[in-house]
Design a protein around this ligand. Sequence first.
Ligand code: AMP
Length: 283
Amino acid sequence: MEIVESIELMQQRMARTRAAGSTIAFVPTMGFLHDGHLSLLKEGRRRSDLLVLSIFVNPTQFGQGEDFDDYPRDFQQDCVLAQSAGVDIIFTPTAMAMYSTGYATEVNVSGITSGLCGASRPTHFRGVCTVVTKLFNIVQPHIALFGSKDFQQLAVVKRMTRDLNLPIEIVGMAIYRETDGLAMSSRNVYLNSEQRCQALALSQGITLAQDMVKQGEAEAGAVLAAVSSHLGAQSLIRPDYIAVCHQSTLEPQQQIDKDSVLLIAAFVGSTRLIDNGYLMDAS
Ligand code: AMP
């Protein structure tokens, strides 16, 4: 496994790989890898000749007062896990190299970035789209894999890739969960034991909503009220949003149909967690 920090060296390496006719799969991450990340890497490994993982805690997708400085990092452990998942190259550029003095260009997707996480984190998706575009340009992958835990991010990246005619297949992967249902996240490490316990209310809320729909409930309002009351019963949880939206447009829906997704963001203590699930055809 190679570790590449230099953008120029990475571009040369990728140009050689493409010239040799090899296919490249790419998994962008902020590191502190867990089994959710590894599920993306394993699928990328299966689908390509060369598997690239990027580890870059991107400063521009964090807002003022968010957890950029505290974001968990463990590069040595990430290397061990990446190797076990069959990664060929870890690309770890520095923030200085990615955003050199005078950096002035941003990529902005409008519309689907305005609600949900975009409402409470107004600069977040501009940071995500900018860094993903830069990483795509550097790595030149054939496919890129993203987790559907970050449901809005996946929708935004798909839209951006289509709108900018980027010749990259975006693969969305299922949410990887702890055995008790909590969606895996690098930020789960922030939770103390009581918060960890109460954080289960997010995935329980999704299961509750899916069960209501299975039993015939079709009004989003009724489902939202039930989920809201379930989260509200937890003293350490402060919901940011609970929404039923169309899976592609992310527009709020009144009536639940096969495209409906329940999306939740909530602070557990000071840790902001997200989770989501389809409301129909949930097995
Ligand atoms: P992050 O390091 O949090 O920026 O995540 C990097 C990628 O891993 C993103 O595409 C995430 O959606 C994905 N990811 C994070 N957590 C999970 C999970 N529990 N299951 C599947 N994918 C995940």
